[in-house]
Design a binder for this molecule. Structure first.
Ligand code: HEC
Length: 126
């Protein structure tokens, strides 16, 4: 295979990868909307909360940054999402206006929560 041919092939593969991840983004955003997550969370860092207050929950890009490289973060966060967070042991104290996250078990299936958390952990600031 000559170099030109290889370059064309690589460009093609990159295009396929981009389309696949855009589709995954849309799917995960739809799931987050349907499950009510986005009433308290923004995806992008720096998004203000209601009435100019701190956001209710942490922006998901900040969550990704905070847990980057921490082993077991996906399993840990899936539990927090399903069972809720502890108001006495807040992980985002003074950075958010919400005291704690309520359990989301009623709103989202465990398998979906796992998928969503995995996606959240792949986010990076734009
Ligand atoms: C009623 C508001 C509310 C809703 C709805 C909500 N969250 Fe949260 N979430 C919060 C707050 C507040 C925190 C910060 C908790 C803390 O400080 O420990 C948080 C924290 C998180 C964290 C970080 C947890 C940690 O321990 O660092 C993740 C991940 C998360 N939420 C994902 C989700 C997902 C996924 C959904 C939807 C299924 C969701 N949240 C729905 C308010 C909410």
């Amino acid at each position: 295979m000559n170099a030109l041919c290889k370059a064309a092939l690589l460009a093609g593969l990159a295009a396929v990868a981009t389309t696949a991840s855009a589709a995954a983004d849309d799917e995960m955003k739809a799931l987050a909307t349907k499950s009510g997550c986005l009433t308290c969370h923004a995806i992008e860092s720096g998004t203000p909360g209601p009435n100019g207050m701190a956001p209710i929950g942490p922006a998901w890009q900040d969550v990704a940054k905070h847990y980057k490289g921490k082993p077991g973060a996906d399993a840990f966060l899936t539990r927090v999402v399903l069972e809720g967070s502890n108001p006495y042991g807040s992980h985002w104290k003074d950075q958010v206006s919400g005291l704690a996250m309520p359990p989301n078990k009623v709103a989202i299936k465990e398998a979906d929560a796992k998928k969503l958390v995995k996606w959240i952990l792949t986010l990076s600031p734009k």
